[in-house]
Design a protein around this ligand. Structure first.
Ligand SMILES: N[C@H](CCC[C@H](N)C(=O)O)C(=O)O
Length: 281
């Protein structure tokens, strides 16, 4: 099975585009292909599939085999892939995900895609829809206790759940210690992605992330969008921010006119390969 290895700011994916549907045992395949020693190594396995509602359909499976509703960095990779490989010859295209239809604008350099702007849709703020166990209209600046330590969090869904937590210094925060404890906290019925954020200014935020079903990643597109929204809701930053991640910067704009979150950043293709283990479709 042919694949292409891509990343968005170091959040890396195995991209498979030659099939009309996902394989029979996709969970086991995602775990095997994402393994960084016995497999290709990636944060997720992504399938580009036909769509009757958009130019293409994307399904993404985390390194633990679970399917995610949405993935910002993967949408940028998929959009770059279909343009560069001439599957879709448009600089404005649409990608169908479990979270809805995402509209994408491609910015090319010497004929190939360099940066990608994605309309990630409207944030979902109702507690029970994120989902969280707090059934309020919004879950903003609430407390969560873990091992006797209290964190303040804001819950935002971009189709997938995020708990945004503000800390003194995100750059050296112990993400590996606290991330998994919050990811699996009973407050989050479908578990959650966890962002640890330091506000640098009204327009700049530093963010580290522990991803549901993956672990600490170098970047998280939906996490950056959730962080942008939470920072407005908690009155800590403007609607148009640059988010500094371990793997690079993302621009996030929560547009007051259409209530949609726009995310802009790079996407890169690294190598292609052939997965030799048997895969049944
Ligand atoms: N681990 C996430 C999916 C990938 C999201 C992230 N890689 C992004 O760029 O948005 C989840 O289970 O919701």
């Amino acid at each position: 099975m042919e694949f292409t290895k891509m990343h968005g700011l170091g959040n890396d994916f195995v991209i498979v585009s030659k099939y009309k549907d996902i394989p029979k045992d996709v969970e086991r395949l995602a775990i095997a292909m994402c393994d960084r020693h016995f497999g290709v190594g990636a944060d997720g396995l992504v399938f580009i599939l036909p769509s009757d509602q958009a130019d293409v359909r994307m399904r993404i499976f985390n390194a633990d085999g679970t399917e995610a509703e949405q993935c910002g960095n993967a949408i940028r990779c998929v959009s770059k892939y279909v343009y560069d490989h001439e599957l879709v010859n448009k600089e404005k295209l649409s990608v169908e995900t479990l979270a809805g239809i995402q509209h994408v604008k491609l910015h090319t350099k010497e004929g190939i895609v360099n940066t990608v702007e994605v309309d990630m849709g409207e944030p979902i703020l109702k507690g029970e829809l994120v989902p969280t166990a707090i059934h309020d209209p919004q879950v903003v600046d609430r407390t969560i206790e873990v091992d006797g330590v209290t964190f303040h969090f804001t819950a935002v869904s971009m189709g997938n759940p995020h708990a945004v937590i503000y800390v003194e210094n995100a750059k050296d925060f112990d993400v590996e210690k606290w991330g998994p404890k919050i990811e699996t906290h009973p407050l989050f019925p479908k578990k959650t992605n966890v962002e640890f954020v330091t506000v640098k200014s009204d327009k700049e935020l530093e963010m580290r992330v522990w991803e549901r079903g993956v672990g600490q990643t170098l970047a998280c597109g939906t996490g950056a969008c959730a962080t942008g929204v939470a920072s407005v809701l908690t009155g800590q930053a403007s609607r148009d921010v640059t988010i500094h991640l371990k793997g690079g910067d993302l621009k996030v704009f929560w547009n007051p006119e259409d209530n949609k979150v726009y995310m802009t950043g790079e996407a890169r293709e690294v190598f292609t390969g052939n997965w030799l283990a048997p895969v049944e479709f």
